[in-house]
Design a protein around this ligand. Structure first.
Ligand SMILES: *[C@@H]1O[C@H](CO)[C@@H](O)[C@H](O)[C@H]1NC(C)=O
Ligand SMILES: *[C@@H]1O[C@H](CO)[C@@H](O)[C@H](O)[C@H]1NC(C)=O
Ligand SMILES: *[C@@H]1O[C@H](CO)[C@@H](O)[C@H](O)[C@H]1NC(C)=O
Ligand SMILES: *[C@@H]1O[C@H](CO)[C@@H](O)[C@H](O)[C@H]1NC(C)=O
Ligand SMILES: *[C@@H]1O[C@H](CO)[C@@H](O)[C@H](O)[C@H]1NC(C)=O
Ligand SMILES: *[C@@H]1O[C@H](CO)[C@@H](O)[C@H](O)[C@H]1NC(C)=O
Ligand SMILES: *[C@@H]1O[C@H](CO)[C@@H](O)[C@H](O)[C@H]1NC(C)=O
Length: 503
């Protein structure tokens, strides 16, 4: 098994690329990927997943760079786990590299993992790192521990990485922290993507500081949450933008009983993507929202609050999506609110109609980006998002609204994105943040959508250890930025000329 060139595989990739182009061209305004690889690792023939997407085999593939490996089927199939791409895998006892021929530019990378025994090896001995070019995506990643901690039957990790050259190398390295460790992967997806998260204009500030923050080519992102607020799960094939993203419902992340009310647009409503590309988010995201509800007096005394468990010691990009679509809110200053992130004011006077272009701009999607510095500490901590009516603005209604949330972990200047593996909750105790998370064994449908989400949920929580010192020479002069030092103090020190906006 190995490095021989198999024309069948190559041809099937090309076929996939052209098929997907045809499909996307008819989606007006959607993104048309110029490169698209869906690799079913350890399989020998083209396989169709439950959602109809076609996965190419990696056996004999031209994409192999270097390394030894064996293929193996999973020892058993959890009923919640789809066969493709999870039942086949490639196992690595030493470093192994897949080399994807790509042109320069941003790539979406999705890694698919199902914790199981493979090739007679114990699931708990899978402990490994994954790099993509000069970026460390995962370090000492324990798939079994992470799946258990998050109650997911399988995990999808999603990244956005800029590639300078003509080759994207993805390397799997068994950990040297213990003997008998191995690496494995069930599926790899690599596709070109538009550069939709960079921010080089300097408008972006870290919440609570006044120093500009830049997200540019040197920044790699990991998707940790992607929520369709007030709506349902959206599976990758339902995200009709060409980017095949998973969006999950937001209810599990709301703090307490104050869940507000959900609203949905008239199904015939047309959405006018005036200032933003159509692929920013599908219409389904903007067509639902959560607001505080009709009682101004109650709203004035409360916050609509979401909590997100994230890895400590990183900066996060938080993208909030908004759209007004009801007949009762059509004018500036009818619904104005404040946005808090980690108890700091991120935005005062949020007025979606004003952002959309002024009076009568309903059905116009907009988004706002914020960067939050999450200091070092325990492996994971909660990131707070709160909305509260902006009473000082004297709006007609005391209310707030939100349609979507995306949270991305941003790479350190060293290129590291790996955090620590989440710790499973003690048996028989309920981890409140996971109460509504799907458990393996539930119906297929739920598990699939939820997992895509684990692309969100699971993923962010995942990670490796801080074993730096080894700078990867990836400096990009962002100040302040999360230091590679996991200590809180180092993070704060890096902002030596930052000023607090508020107390
Ligand atoms: C990618 O990996 C291949 C095989 O290991 C190697 O020959 C090549 O130099 C690598 N390319 C980059 C850009 O690292
Ligand atoms: C980012 O990288 C892409 C692809 O390598 C390149 O076309 C683009 O000019 C780069 N942007 C900046 C601001 O350097
Ligand atoms: C991975 O996690 C499992 C479950 O928490 C644990 O039993 C196992 O020892 C870990 N594996 C390694 C190699 O550390
Ligand atoms: C394997 O990869 C790891 C992490 O990327 C690296 O530290 C190690 O030096 C590599 N080992 C070999 C033998 O190349
Ligand atoms: C949507 O449009 C269709 C056809 O124009 C119409 O039959 C239907 O009643 C409309 N639905 C709503 C909810 O207005
Ligand atoms: C935000 O405030 C809540 C209490 O209102 C507290 O529990 C939480 O730790 C605070 N979060 C941060 C990041 O300071
Ligand atoms: C809403 O959240 C902000 C920021 O954490 C906090 O200062 C404020 O007290 C909260 N208001 C209520 C009513 O909970």
């Amino acid at each position: 098994m190995g490095n021989s060139i198999d024309n069948y595989s190559l041809v099937s990739f090309l076929v996939l690329v052209s098929l997907s182009s045809v499909v996307h061209i008819i989606r007006a305004g959607g993104y048309v990927p110029t490169e698209k690889f869906l690799l079913n690792c350890g399989d020998t023939s083209l396989a169709t997943a439950e959602d109809g997407r076609k996965w190419a085999p990696d056996v004999g593939s031209k994409l192999f760079g270097a390394g030894n490996s064996v293929v193996s089927k999973a020892a058993m199939q959890d009923p919640a786990v789809p066969s493709v791409p999870y039942m086949s895998s490639r196992i690595f006892r030493s470093n192994f590299t897949y080399s994807f021929p790509v042109v320069a530019g941003r790539k979406l990378i999705r890694l698919y993992f199902y914790s199981s025994s493979y090739d007679g090896l114990h699931a708990a001995n899978a402990l490994f790192s994954v790099t993509a070019g000069s970026y460390t995506l995962l370090r000492n990643f324990n798939v079994s521990q992470t799946s258990e901690a998050l109650s997911y039957a399988f995990l999808i990790k999603e990244y956005s990485v800029n590639v300078d050259g003509e080759m994207l190398n993805i390397t799997f390295s068994p950990s040297s922290m213990a003997s008998n460790t191995y690496a494995f992967v069930n599926g790899i997806e690599v596709m070109s993507m538009p550069d939709i998260y960079s921010n080089t204009g300097g408008r972006l500030m870290i919440v609570g500081y006044t120093t500009p923050f830049t997200i540019d080519n040197s920044t790699a992102l990991e998707t940790v949450y992607r929520l369709n607020v007030g709506g349902n799960d959206i599976s990758p094939s339902e995200d009709d933008t060409g980017l095949f993203r998973s969006w999950s419902e937001d209810l599990p992340y709301i703090l307490g009983a104050g869940v507000g009310v959900t609203v949905a647009a008239d199904p015939n409503m047309t959405f006018n993507y005036k200032g933003i590309p159509r692929y920013t988010a599908p219409k389904t995201v903007y067509a639902t929202a959560r607001s505080m509800g009709p009682y101004s007096a109650v709203n004035a005394q409360s916050n609509l609050t979401w909590l997100f468990s994230v890895d400590s010691g990183f900066n996060y990009l938080i993208r909030l999506h908004f759209c007004e679509f009801t007949e009762s809110i059509t004018l500036i200053n009818q619904r104005v609110f404040n946005i808090f992130l980690n108890n700091q004011t991120a935005q005062e006077g949020a007025d979606v109609i004003a952002w959309a272009g002024g009076n009568w701009n309903i059905g116009v999607p907009v988004y706002m980006d914020f960067v939050v510095l999450v200091p070092g500490g325990s492996p994971q901590q909660d990131l707070w998002l709160e909305l509260h009516p902006d009473i000082a603005a004297k709006p007609q209604y005391y209310d707030a609204i939100l349609s979507g949330v995306e949270i991305f972990k941003l790479s350190h200047t060293s290129g590291n994105l790996a955090g620590l593996n989440p710790i499973p909750a003690p048996k028989n105790e309920v981890n409140p943040s996971l109460v509504l998370a799907p458990h393996s064994g539930h119906s297929n449908l739920k598990a699939i959508t939820a997992v895509g989400i684990s692309g969100g949920v699971a993923l962010a929580l995942i990670a490796g250890f801080y074993l730096f010192a080894a700078s990867r020479g990836h400096k990009h002069g962002m100040v302040p930025s999360a230091s590679d030092d996991p200590e809180n103090t180092a993070l704060i020190k890096s902002d030596n000329h930052g000023q607090k906006d508020i107390d």
